[in-house]
Write a protein that binds this ligand. Structure first.
Ligand code: ATP
Ligand code: MG
Length: 216
């Protein structure tokens, strides 16, 4: 039975990682009572401009952020991959590793979920994984068109349902609202202001030491 525990991950740019990401991942881990939630930084994000620092630095900040939290870990597969950071590639590689039966769960904020139809072969994702959509302050869950259809077709109500199938479900989950974004943090730092308490101190120290995001 234990090998049917869902394998749960959250992808993102993490440019830089902040408490909104970390608290989200931990609340999901506690809610599902799974072993861990894996954070997967993307190498060269395909949906956005180049990040403010290297993939290695974003990875190192994540590693520092989860250093003393055994329920969270960082997975380097995207930054080490030669392929572009398409979620499709990540899902395929995870599915290959986990086998056909083990439930695979992708966690994403509602902002990311609503953009799904612009992602490569997004309509195949639910044949590879389940999706948990988490609330995020400032974004409302009003799915329209294709996303509305997808949600209605695949929606599940209880987290227990995730363990019964390897893929194919969409769960919507409310979290402690934390209106933090990496965009806000980059702007604060560039303006010479402190982002303290929005992110782990260790990450803020790393940013200062490496003079990232325009820190002087
Ligand atoms: P940016 O402002 O650069 O876009 P971000 O804060 O949105 O950064 P991302 O790396 O883009 O962070 O997000 C990775 C994932 O984490 C996405 O699924 C996003 O929806 C989710 N997420 C980010 N911040 C929060 C938050 N405060 N609450 C809930 N989910 C969040
Ligand atoms: Mg974002």
């Amino acid at each position: 039975m234990s090998d049917l525990q869902p394998w749960v991950f959250m992808g993102g740019t993490f440019d830089p990682v902040h408490n909104g990401h970390l608290r989200t991942a931990l609340e999901i881990q506690q809610w599902l009572a799974c072993d861990q939630v894996h954070l997967i930084p993307s190498r060269s994000p395909v949906h956005r401009d180049e990040p403010g620092c290297s993939a290695r630095q974003r990875y190192e900040m994540l590693a520092l952020a989860v250093e003393d939290e055994s329920f969270l870990s960082v997975d380097a597969r995207e930054i080490e991959s030669q392929e572009a950071s398409y979620t499709l590639n990540t899902l395929r590689s995870l599915r290959q590793e986990l086998g056909e039966q083990r439930p695979l769960v992708m966690v994403m904020g509602v902002d990311a979920y609503l953009t799904l139809p612009t992602w490569r072969q997004w309509d195949t994702f639910l044949s590879l994984c389940h999706i948990i959509v988490v609330s995020r302050p400032g974004y409302h869950f009003h799915p329209e068109g294709q996303i509305n259809e997808l949600t209605r077709k695949h929606r599940m109500d209880k987290p227990e349902a995730l363990s019964l199938r390897p893929c194919g479900g969409v769960l919507i989950h409310e979290l402690t609202p934390l209106g933090i974004s990496a965009t806000q943090i980059r702007a604060l730092i560039a303006q010479g202001q402190s982002p303290r308490y929005l992110m782990p101190d260790r990450v803020w120290q790393y940013i200062q030491q490496n003079k990232l995001y325009g820190y002087k």
